[in-house]
Write a protein that binds this ligand. Structure first.
Ligand SMILES: NC(=O)C1=CN([C@@H]2O[C@H](COP(=O)(O)OP(=O)(O)OC[C@H]3O[C@@H](n4cnc5c(N)ncnc54)[C@H](OP(=O)(O)O)[C@@H]3O)[C@@H](O)[C@H]2O)C=CC1
Ligand SMILES: O=C(O)C1=N[C@H](C(=O)O)C[C@H](O)C1
Length: 264
């Protein structure tokens, strides 16, 4: 039985993680944190009361509940502090929160290695995106030209999405060539991550969706892959795959893709 603590227990993803943890036989919900705190975790998750209250002080909540694994879906604003706290407590962590710059992630990787920690820092737990990342790693060398486009509702916290950066980093060698176009509207061409052009599109559409599109090119051939997710439930299978797997990783390991976990 894995004792699980959920950071961000009142959020879109955190609530689903709490509900799933209640249903699963291999997991026991140890506690949860959210900014507000004070409410029953079951009620927050839209189910029956559990008699287990969300805490608003993460350090206190973790000390009181002695979890085996912490899952974090909170905010880029607090991500750095949360990672430091999990490291200080030597906790195995599965982190979905995005928005940490790549140079910072390199420092996190060093800390994980130096202190013998185990961390899954995965910007997208969806099956489709993880399969595309595996595909890009396998075939990217055949396609010298690459670009990544991501589309989210206007409420999306960061631009680009963490997933867009991870997709860009999955292509060995980045993209070739230069873009000569002059920007008439500032920012219209987007940015660049790992040598790959990345563009974010935001629309005040009411429903949830998350879309990523990768275009691969070589002489006389364009290959385009698009993944659209309409509900946070698509992340659950991957999150619990990581929850089961993180404790079995060798100490000092940071994984960025589900494909890095050994097959079950
Ligand atoms: N890796 C993946 O597969 C996915 C990653 N994400 C990422 O996960 C993160 C969370 O997404 P989502 O669930 O939609 O977010 P929500 O805004 O729905 O939930 C955020 C949660 O974090 C808490 N929180 C918000 N701000 C703070 C803060 N400053 N300090 C402490 N706690 C805070 C909120 O508490 P309260 O309600 O009390 O304010 C809430 O519990 C984002 O970075 C998102 O991009 C999202 C989907 C999939
Ligand atoms: O906040 C979201 O919605 C999402 N965040 C993750 C990201 O930043 O990549 C995953 C997905 O794009 C949805």
């Amino acid at each position: 039985m894995i004792r699980l603590f959920v950071s961000g227990a009142s959020g879109n993803v955190g609530r689903l993680v709490v509900r799933e943890a209640i249903l699963r036989r291999d997991v026991e919900l140890a506690g949860g944190f959210c900014l507000e705190g004070g409410q029953d975790l079951g009620v927050l998750a839209g189910t029956d009361p559990l008699g287990l209250m969300a805490v608003s002080d993460l350090r206190v909540g973790l000390a009181a509940s002695s979890p085996d694994v912490v899952v974090d879906f909170t905010s880029a604003v607090v991500l750095r502090d949360h990672l430091e706290l999990y490291a200080e407590l030597g906790l195995d962590a599965v982190v979905g929160t995005t928005g940490l710059p790549e140079e910072e992630i390199r420092r996190v990787r060093d800390r994980v290695r130096d202190r013998g920690l185990r961390l899954a820092l995965i910007s997208n737990f969806g099956l489709g995106i993880n399969l595309v990342m595996d595909f890009l790693a396998a075939v990217g060398e055949h396609y010298p030209y690459v670009s990544v486009l991501e589309r989210h509702p206007a409420s999306m916290a960061n631009a680009p999405s963490g997933t867009a950066g991870l997709l860009a980093s999955s292509v060995p060698g980045g993209s070739s060539g230069e873009v000569a176009s002059r920007e008439v509207l500032p920012g219209v061409l987007g940015g660049n991550a790992f040598g790959v052009p990345v563009l974010s599109q935001r629309m005040p559409y009411p429903g949830p969706y998350s879309e990523h599109e990768v275009t691969l090119g070589r002489q006389d051939e364009i290959l385009r892959i698009s993944v659209t997710d309409f509900s946070s439930s698509v992340y659950l299978e991957g999150i619990f795959r990581a929850v089961r797997g993180v404790g079995a990783l060798p100490p000092g390991t940071l994984v960025r893709r589900l494909g890095e976990f050994p097959k079950e």
